[in-house]
Write a protein that binds this ligand. Structure first.
Ligand SMILES: *Cc1c(COP(=O)(O)O)cnc(C)c1O
Length: 457
């Protein structure tokens, strides 16, 4: 108890305490995540097939289920030093406001210009592209955090960066677009007439406002048809979870320093990268039977891949050019209702997290967006930070769990991931404040349409 008193509001690490390795949780999984499959032959993708799409080192990381620790190259560690360690904050003010005996901690990843954790993987992916002497990379972005992170990373390493931005975001989030252009990226609204797949989609669905799945298809096409280019993705993939493990490794070092052990670890889940990163070292202990933690993935009720999806092989993109991944999915044709404002709209989920969830190592919960924004506002008013809507899914469940502790009198320790800031999401906040935000939960029939589009294996 005495030690508890000395826990500062913010726990930082000294430079010499910072992680020097990423942790690959697959090494400790008994049931490994299912391999990516060739969409034509349904055979596991080989390194050679993948090397047309991704950088060689990233292919290696993607396929490596065995190496437990990856040294973080020095140049990446130097870049990390500009904005890491990210603070681990004891939410004393929130605890007081909730009048809960629970101890709440959050790991805040919004302290960089991209405003989210995505920079942790962007800088790694750009580094390996530079190592391979590539000219540039292509990618997709929805709300724009990933595109921003990647443009920052590419400008740092002198790489060309082409971003396909979902058209509706391109039009509604011009500021995000200008940040990317400031870092030298070229930003194209998707679907566009600059690719075959884009032209095909435009012909089939004139006036479409685009989707992530569609932007992915365009970005992949440009990467594979231009020498010296590769495609990079900001979530879902094993390699991205590996890089994001820096979040969890830092958290663990900071908590160990003060003798803190979380009982419950909570994160929002879109494609699964921040959650996979945050929980990685804790999950490792759980998998090895050393410790037990409750781990909760939080997703929007309007895009409920874990809680209502199917665990099956699916397409990762609309154009069906990407490898098939086995994951909890709503089907690649699923598009969340237009009133959905809170991000986390990808139809599928990381294969690693899908396997861990299927094996019972973690729980999942879905929450409705008005309750997410209520939590966001409550948090902002006492902790100061304006949270991203995505992050606020985790805040919602952290608050709910803290309130349960109030009822039972249990002094549980809760750790949640605060993935980013919400300055570019003020239109959604406006809707919430004006009482115009609604909740939408897809019906079973609507979900069935998405499942009908799953590939037959
Ligand atoms: C992209 C993003 C997410 C969701 O992506 P994951 O891969 O599931 O982590 C969550 N929060 C913020 C702020 C994001 O930018």
């Amino acid at each position: 108890m005495a030690a508890e008193k000395n826990i500062p509001y913010k726990i930082y690490l000294e430079e010499n305490e910072m992680p020097t390795t990423w942790y690959n949780v697959r090494a400790d999984m008994k049931n490994k995540p299912a391999p990516l499959l060739n969409p034509g032959t349904h055979e596991p993708m080989t390194a050679q097939e993948l090397s047309g799409v991704f950088c060689d080192e990233l292919v290696k990381q993607e396929l490596d289920n065995d190496t437990r620790y990856y040294p973080i190259p020095e140049e990446i560690r130097n870049f990390y030093k500009m904005y890491r360690p990210s603070p681990l904050v004891r939410a004393y003010c929130l605890e007081k406001a909730l009048d809960t005996p629970a101890k709440i901690y959050y790991k805040f990843e919004g302290n960089n210009t991209s405003g989210s954790h995505k920079l942790n993987s962007a800088i790694a992916q750009a580094y390996y592209a530079r190592q391979q002497d590539l000219k540039g990379v292509t990618t997709e972005t929805g709300a724009g955090q990933w595109g921003t992170a990647l443009s920052m990373a590419c400008s740092y390493f002198g790489l060309d960066c082409k971003v396909f931005m979902v058209k509706v975001s391109y039009e509604q989030k011009p500021f995000r677009r200008e940040v990317m252009r400031t870092y030298g990226a070229s930003v194209v609204p998707s679907p566009s007439d600059t690719t075959n797949v884009g032209r095909k989609i435009l012909e089939q669905f004139p006036g479409t406002t685009g989707s992530l799945g569609c932007a992915i298809s365009e970005a992949v096409e440009v990467a594979v048809s231009n020498p010296g280019y590769r495609y990079v993705l900001g979530s879902v993939l094993n390699q991205v979870l590996l890089h994001q493990s820096v979040i969890g490794v830092e958290s663990k070092i900071a908590m160990d320093k003060y003798g803190i052990t979380p009982d419950i670890i909570i994160g929002c889940a879109g494609g699964g990268s921040n959650l996979g990163g945050l929980i990685a070292p804790f999950m490792g202990e759980k998998l090895r039977g050393e410790k037990d933690y409750r781990i909760i993935a939080v997703e929007p009720a309007s895009c409920p891949s874990f809680t209502r999806g199917k665990y099956a092989y699916d397409f990762c993109d609309t154009g069906m050019v990407c490898p098939l991944a086995k994951m909890y999915t709503l089907g690649s044709g699923f598009i969340p209702a237009p009133n959905h404002a809170g991000g986390l709209r990808y139809h599928g989920m990381s294969s690693i997290l899908s396997q861990l969830y299927d094996d019972g190592y973690m729980e999942a919960r879905s929450v409705e967006q008005t309750s997410v924004f209520a939590a966001a506002e409550q948090f902002a008013r006492v902790e100061g930070i304006l949270p991203a809507p995505e992050s606020s899914h985790a805040i919602r469940v952290a608050i709910d769990e803290a309130l349960k502790c109030k009822e039972t009198g249990e002094e549980k320790t809760i750790l949640f991931g605060l993935t980013g800031t919400g300055y570019f999401d003020l239109v959604a906040y406006e809707k919430y404040h004006d009482g115009l935000m609604t909740d939408y939960i897809p019906t079973d029939e609507e979900l069935q349409k998405g499942f009908d589009g799953l590939p037959r294996m």
